[in-house]
Design a protein. Structure first.
Length: 296
């Protein structure tokens, strides 16, 4: 549906072939029998190959002339670097932040143990020092250290104002940085250009693996030059760079990433093997029994 909206009749054949390939990836029909995981070949025209700096080339594809154009209102509207893991998201965002002009402002969270009634009797809060709490990094939570610059794209990690479309996943761009508030303008969704003030809030993760409940007071945002594939679900983008330093690991992830774009020319992939060499193969995870349980 994304590919065919507004397309020219002369492009229909190429678009149809690309769409069929995407659907075959989503249904696990590429690369032979797929019983959960299969290694598939990616067409060369979608890949960045023979590069000495593949991440840099992928960044330049998604964000061309970024230092000259980042002040354009819609520049970040439909561009994103996608990766499977949060660790790689942070790696890319830190690299992009270093490239950006201006003074970096650092915000540190206030972390503590939240009151909880279901803690075991032998739980000792003194074992969990502030340094230990500060070092925790969890999906959907801002890090203890948040570094920002004016002009940098950010993403909301919590719902703030539904009426103004300030919801979890909304992308904004930093306008100014104060001690207690951050001013940002919306660059995605239906309210592009709207400016808002974001303050610190107290957040508690839902991760059940922790033996305690963390309470973190921090701005509910993260830098978002890059985002995880899961965060990109539902978005339509014109430029996507898929950086597969690590392969996808859950059902349909590869299909979700590849199907964000509106044209075949709008996506490029960098795929690395365990020795960080560029390759043209990657893993596609599809559990076909999921489709068998769907009732028409």
């Amino acid at each position: 549906m994304r590919l065919t909206v507004g397309c020219r009749s002369s492009d229909i054949q190429n678009i149809t072939e690309f769409a069929d390939w995407l659907l075959d990836i989503g249904q696990g029909n590429v690369g032979g029998p797929n019983v959960g995981e299969a290694v598939i070949d990616i067409p060369d025209d979608l890949l960045i190959l023979n590069s000495v700096d593949p991440m840099g080339d992928l960044i330049r594809f998604v964000y061309p002339n970024i230092l000259d154009r980042f002040n354009e209102l819609t520049y970040f509207h439909d561009r994103a670097l996608l990766v499977p893991l949060n660790e790689v998201v942070q790696e890319i965002n830190e690299r992009m932040l270093d490239l950006f002009p201006g003074e970096e402002v650092e915000y540190l969270s206030s972390d503590s143990l939240a009151e909880c009634e279901d803690l075991s009797e032998d739980f000792d809060p003194q074992l969990y020092s502030p340094d230990l709490l500060n070092g925790l990094k969890m999906s959907g939570m801002p890090n203890h250290r948040l570094a920002l610059k004016v002009g940098v794209p950010i993403m909301l990690l919590r719902n703030i104002n539904h009426k103004k479309s300030l919801c979890n996943g909304t992308r904004l761009q930093v306008v100014s940085l104060g001690r207690r508030v951050t001013e940002a303008k919306v660059v995605s969704g239906t309210n592009i250009g709207y400016c808002t003030l974001i303050s610190r809030v107290s957040l508690t993760p839902t991760d059940k693996k922790l033996p305690f409940r963390l309470k973190r007071r921090q701005f509910p945002i993260s830098v978002c030059f890059a985002m995880t594939i899961n965060k990109s679900q539902g978005q339509s983008l014109s430029r996507v760079g898929l950086y597969l330093k690590d392969p996808v690991f859950s059902h349909g992830q590869l299909y979700v990433a590849l199907s964000r774009v509106k044209t075949r020319d709008g996506i490029k992939l960098v795929i690395l093997d365990k020795e960080s060499k560029l390759i043209n193969k990657t893993t596609n995870v599809v559990y076909k029994d999921i489709f068998g349980n769907i009732e028409c």
